[in-house]
Design a protein around this ligand. Structure first.
Ligand SMILES: *Cc1c(COP(=O)(O)O)cnc(C)c1O
Length: 333
């Protein structure tokens, strides 16, 4: 595990005000994807191996900031929400358990395939308490009851939004962007014009956008929206990046203004298909191509749709031959 996060190295006051718990080994690898016939040079930054606790991918970096905050608050339980196949809920349950924290999850329905069934089995054996609320409306109505249910004495549960995408969780991908900037400086890849990532709850895209500017890169974020149950347009993602920026300042970091605007984060909806966790034909094709030609294992809900968008936009000349980074956010074990 790496010791000090780049955020603490750059703004040492944060080391005291913003506790951090290392859960994975960075920097995560970057490599060129050469065998897919892209017009633009495309690089992979692979988050799949990040995290030592039985599940990897993009939720682990969020937990590095969220779990110490839960402990600072004295919470016993993390209460959060997700779909039946929630990677967030599974990662939270596995890594929280190592810290002596319980996790309770309120779950909503979406299409179920073998992957989701396997994920539900992992969730059931993770030790998380599962509440099947089925619909978003029932979930919202159940929140007060769930908060009361998991309050111990005067100690409230630590309530976190879907995907762990609170401003604090978002710092995980500020950190990842700072790491990527270091890899650019070392000459491991050229400065990207774009970074392509799936958007499920927004923390990954928002954190990247903020971190890239803090690192002085001009890279823009192309967020491929795969979830129609949350508001995830460009303005919403920029607003979340702004909240993460404000949080860092409130904790004492002397950050520059970054002036993020609508051009810095593009929310792309054309690869969503019928909705969250519904497979699509372009997604299926992208999944097969990534696996057979690049040895890259994707899944249907997030990364296959983002990869399909990368293929489609590249062949339409969208990236203008600028280098592109694809962020692999999926971390099965
Ligand atoms: C949660 C998730 C995402 C989306 O990240 P957000 O920060 O929630 O937008 C992407 N890929 C995978 C595999 C995920 O589990």
């Amino acid at each position: 595990m790496t010791g000090r996060p780049l955020l603490h190295q750059l703004w040492p006051t944060l080391a005291v005000s913003l506790p951090y718990l290392p859960l994975g080994d960075g920097p995560t690898p970057v490599r060129p994807l050469t065998k897919l016939g892209f017009r633009s040079p495309v690089w992979l930054k692979d988050e799949s191996g990040y995290g030592g606790g039985g599940w990897g991918g993009n939720k682990v970096r969020k937990l590095e900031w969220l779990l110490p905050e839960a402990r600072r608050r004295g919470a016993r339980t993390i209460l959060s929400v997700g779909g039946l196949g929630t990677n967030w809920g599974l990662a939270a349950a596995l890594y929280a358990r190592e810290q002596g924290l319980d996790v309770a999850l309120a779950l909503v329905d979406h299409p179920v395939d073998d992957h989701v069934r396997a994920q539900l089995r992992r969730l059931r054996s993770s030790g998380a308490a599962l509440h099947f609320l089925h619909t978003r409306t029932r979930l919202i109505l159940a929140v007060p009851w769930l908060v009361a249910r998991y309050t111990r004495g005067l100690t409230l549960p630590y309530v976190l939004p879907a995907g762990g995408s609170s401003p604090l969780g978002t710092l995980g991908y500020v950190e990842c962007a700072l790491e990527l900037a270091g890899q650019v400086r070392q000459g491991l890849l050229p400065e990207p014009g774009w970074i392509v990532t799936p958007v499920g709850s927004g923390g990954t895209a928002a954190g990247l956008a903020l971190g890239l500017r803090l690192a002085g890169l001009r890279t823009r974020v192309l967020g491929v929206v795969v979830n129609d149950t949350l508001r995830l347009d460009g303005a919403t993602l920029v607003a979340l990046a702004g909240k993460a920026h404000a949080l860092l300042r409130a904790r004492g970091a002397d950050l520059p203004e970054v002036g993020l605007g609508p051009h810095d984060v593009v929310a792309e909806y054309r690869w969503l298909g019928p909705g969250y966790a519904h497979p699509t034909e372009p997604g299926e094709q992208a999944l097969d191509r990534a696996s057979s030609r690049a040895g890259l294992e994707l899944e249907r809900t997030y990364t296959a749709k983002a990869f399909a968008a990368l293929i489609g936009l590249d062949s339409a000349g969208y990236f203008g031959n600028e280098p592109v980074v694809f962020l692999n956010t999926f971390g099965p074990r």
